[in-house]
Design a protein around this ligand. Structure first.
Ligand code: 5GP
Ligand code: ZN
Length: 116
């Protein structure tokens, strides 16, 4: 379930502090330490899945809940109407730096497109 060397597994276990915004039995969400916008939340599964590239058939429900949680949190935090972006950086070319799947939920300002 956990990877001993994984930063986000340590955050889930409370070994590294984080600013929690949501938690249930399957999902943990917390503020990004280096926000790219006024609102920047990371939503992660409590089980260690390295990236979207490692998603399997058995994970479909879990990933659906993570996407649902992004939608709910944007509403609860009040930036849904203006709009926001969800991003899953995947592997090297995708710019992934922490190898525990996370959905970025970014909002609170007008975002540009395309990304770099
Ligand atoms: P990636 O580049 O893998 O898509 O995103 C990793 C994200 O994790 C980055 O936005 C980075 O700021 C965030 N991050 C890295 N270390 C920590 C940490 O210790 N605590 C928190 N809250 N966020 C972190
Ligand atoms: Zn992990």
């Amino acid at each position: 379930m956990f990877d001993e060397n994984c930063l986000f597994c340590k955050i889930i276990k409370g070994e590294i502090p984080s600013e929690k915004v949501f938690e249930d039995d399957k999902i943990y969400a917390f503020k990004d330490i280096n926000p790219a916008a006024p609102q920047h939340i990371l939503i992660i599964p409590k089980i260690h899945i390295e990236s979207l590239d490692m998603m399997e058939d058995q994970h479909k429900g879990l990933f659906g809940e993570i996407m649902f949680r992004a939608s709910q949190l944007a509403k609860e935090l009040g930036f849904n109407k203006e709009g926001y972006r969800v991003v899953a950086n995947t592997n090297d070319f995708g710019g992934q730096t922490v190898h525990h799947f996370h959905l970025h939920l970014i909002g609170g300002r007008k975002l540009t497109w395309p990304p770099g």
